[in-house]
Each structure stands twice: as C-alpha cells, then as structure tokens.
Design a protein around this ligand. Structure first.
Ligand SMILES: *Cc1c(COP(=O)(O)O)cnc(C)c1O
Length: 398
C-alpha cells in the first residue's frame, strides 16, 4: 500500500491527511460486481461510509446504485450522476423537504420505518399527483453480534417496523393511494464479521414471505438485505478485498427467492474501508509514569471511531517501514482535549521518534466522513493514490 515512491511524496504533504488507495477501491468494486452479477443481485453503495466525489464517481462508473440516509445524500447521488432508478432512501427520520426532494427526483424508492412516516410520504406524494414506491424496513429482532452502537436489528433499537406491526401496516396502507408497497427492507447492523446473523436473517425473511402470502396473498418484487458486512481491522493486509463470494453464496443458499424477485444489498464499509489510511505525524514521545505516549497531530476530530465505538485500527510506523527497529509498546493518542482521544492502547510499533509518520489503517469507511472541527481544528486533506502517481509522472515528463 505504501511503496517507497509514495512514502517519499508523503513528506511533502501537510499532516494529518487521508490517503486513499484507488487501485484497491477498484479491486473491491470489481470483485463485488463479479460475484453480485453471478446471482443477479443489485448492490447500492451506502454513501454514508465515504461520500468523497472521487469515491462516488468510481462506484457509479461500475454501475452500482446508491443507498442514502439523508436528503443531502440523495442530492449528492443525483449530482454525481447515479441513475435515479438505482437510488434508495432510508432513515428513521426523514423531513418533509427531504421527502419532497426525493419524490421530485423520481428515485427508485423509500425504505420506510413507520406507518407514521408512510402516511406523510403518501400525503406529500398526493400533493404532487405522484405514486411513490415504498419498502418496509422491518426489525427482525436479530442480534448482529457486533458493537452495541452498531447493532440495529434488535427489537429494542429505534430502527425498523416491529414484526408484530406488519399486518397492521399493510392493512393501513390499503387506504393510501399514493404509495405502492414494492418490497421489504432489512439492515441488522454494521461491522458484522460472522455470516451466522445473515443466515438467521434469511430464515426470518423466508418465514415473513410465507406469512405475507398466506395472510395477504402478497408476493413482493423486492427484498433488500441492507449492508453490514465487516472488514478485518486487526490485520487489514490479510483481507484487503472483502470475501464477497462467501457472503453472496451464503445468501443464495439460505434465502428463498420468488420468481422474478429482485434481491438488493446496501454495502458501505466493506467497499471502502480498507482503501483509506489516516496519515499522521508524531509530535512528541511523552514519557508517562508507566507508559510511553505517542502524541500525534491527528485526533478524534479526524477519526472518531476509536473514541465513539472503542474500535481498533491497526497502526503502522511507515517511516520505519524498511528500517530494522526495536518493537516498543505505546499508547497512541491525539491532541484533542478529551480523554477519549485515544487511537490505541499498548500498541506495538517500531521504536518511534518525533517526526515519524504513522498510518492508521482501515480508515476509508466512517473516517473522513465523520470529521469535525471541534477545538477549531483543521479538516484533514484527502490524497488519492492515482493523482499522486500522475503528479509524479508529470514531474518525470517535464
Ligand atoms: C449504514 C447503512 C448501511 C451500510 O452499512 P455498512 O455496515 O457500511 O455496510 C446500509 N443500509 C442502511 C440502511 C444503513 O443505515
């Protein structure tokens, strides 16, 4: 990921910055396209993981759709040129203006989380004399076996329509003339590293589909299983491209699909997670009473995941990459005035000095997108591998 040519160029760039390996993004997308097409699955990229223009253009050019969770994300997807027919809009709280914007742009459909929301969409659509496609986001009450803040499909979570309300929602929708029920939607969580929750989800969906047919004589055209496939944060180099093959093979094996039914996914993290690293410079090695602290010029304002979810990112001293060094243990921390501004505790690194560059790996998803300016800090730059190489080639040419 960091060859000597790239490392040399890093020294000219203001830290901290995000570095994106665009080759790796292309590889992930190529693999995703190959295995999703094998089963005819439709994939919508979840913009909220990383919505930089370069990322979105690359995703769009491969023909994927867009999964949006705010009006501005819908707007962004439209501006980048995603096919409106491939844009879905989810979220537990959509405002009237967001709904209107999505209706005006004739997106594929809304993933709805309550009958209250569907009634408003119906009302707004009727004012425009339009009929809007709606899928019901159901809460299947499945434990995604991930971080508490990343689990969304348990009955105690705010997300989705509880299964026990399904009959009632369908009954009420019969009176709504400007919405059409086209499918079911699920999203059970994020950073899911086991396929077991997905097997459970398939079983649940099979059961729900049977009941829908028995009780209401309904066969829906679309089933959307959401996203959530996790990545290897501990050892990113072992799994730079996600194992989409096992994932889709498992779904194909366990999910019963009706004739002409279309199966959708909304993947975010797995597509972009490994392509990004946060590159930061060491300001000081501070000796504590019992520990050594590496104090970086990047903080939780640049990458909030460790502070927000206690998540682990592999950290490498890339300045010492090709230099044999002693391995030492450090707490790696940022400069922000919060005790939670810690990237890692007792992380093993090559012996580190002021001025060294550290790469915080697997930061392509939910990294730059969550940047804040707390403490009036600057926002980190985004640097793309192909632009660097291009720049370098130009240098050689002239
Ligand atoms: C966040 C989200 C996704 C993407 O989740 P990943 O874990 O990044 O794959 C998909 N669908 C919905 C509704 C989401 O909220």
């Amino acid at each position: 990921m960091f060859n000597s040519d790239i490392l040399q160029q890093f020294s000219d760039i203001q830290t901290p910055f995000y570095f994106y390996d665009m080759d790796l993004l292309s590889k992930s997308l190529y693999n995703l396209k190959l295995v999703s097409e094998k089963y005819g699955y439709i994939v919508h990229y979840a913009l909220k993981a990383n919505s930089n223009d370069r990322t979105l253009e690359t995703v769009k050019n491969q023909g994927f759709g867009a999964d949006c969770v705010s009006g501005n994300e819908v707007k962004k997807a439209v501006e980048i040129g995603f096919d409106a027919e491939k844009i879905v809009f989810a979220g537990v709280g959509k405002s009237d203006s967001e709904i209107n914007f999505a209706i005006d742009n004739s997106i594929f459909g809304f993933n709805c989380e309550s009958i209250e929301e569907i009634e408003i969409i119906n009302e707004l659509a009727s004012k425009k004399n339009k009929k809007v496609s709606v899928s019901l986001r159901l809460n299947p009450d499945i434990d995604a076996l991930t971080h508490n803040y990343l689990t969304t499909g348990l009955s105690e979570n705010k997300f989705g329509i509880p299964l026990v309300f399904l009959d009632n929602v369908i009954f009420k929708m019969k009176n709504l003339t400007n919405v059409e029920l086209i499918g079911l939607h699920f999203h059970i969580g994020s950073q899911i590293r086991s396929l077991k929750p997905y097997i459970k989800l398939c079983d649940k969906i099979n059961q729900i589909q049977e009941e829908l047919f028995e009780n209401h004589n309904i066969k829906l055209k679309h089933i959307n299983l959401g996203g959530g496939l996790g990545i290897n944060y501990e050892n990113p180099d072992n799994e730079l491209v996600p194992d989409y093959e096992s994932f889709f093979d498992t779904i194909n094996k366990y999910l019963n699909v009706n004739n002409n039914q279309q199966i959708h996914f909304e993947l975010g993290r797995s597509v972009v997670g490994q392509m990004g690293s946060l590159i930061s410079k060491v300001l000081y090695i501070k000796n504590g009473v019992e520990k050594k602290f590496v104090i970086l010029d990047a903080g939780m304002t640049d990458l909030i995941r460790p502070a927000l979810y206690g998540s682990v990112h592999k950290i490498e001293n890339i300045s010492k990459k090709n230099i044999p060094s002693k391995i030492c243990k450090y707490d790696v921390v940022g400069p922000v005035c919060e005790s939670s501004d810690v990237f890692a505790s007792q992380m093993e690194l090559a012996e580190t000095q002021r001025g060294d560059l550290l790469a915080i790996r697997s930061a392509g998803a939910y990294g730059e997108i969550m940047v804040s300016e707390y403490n009036l800090r600057n926002k980190p730059l985004a640097v793309y591998s192909d632009e660097m190489i291009l720049k370098n080639k130009m240098k050689i040419a002239f």
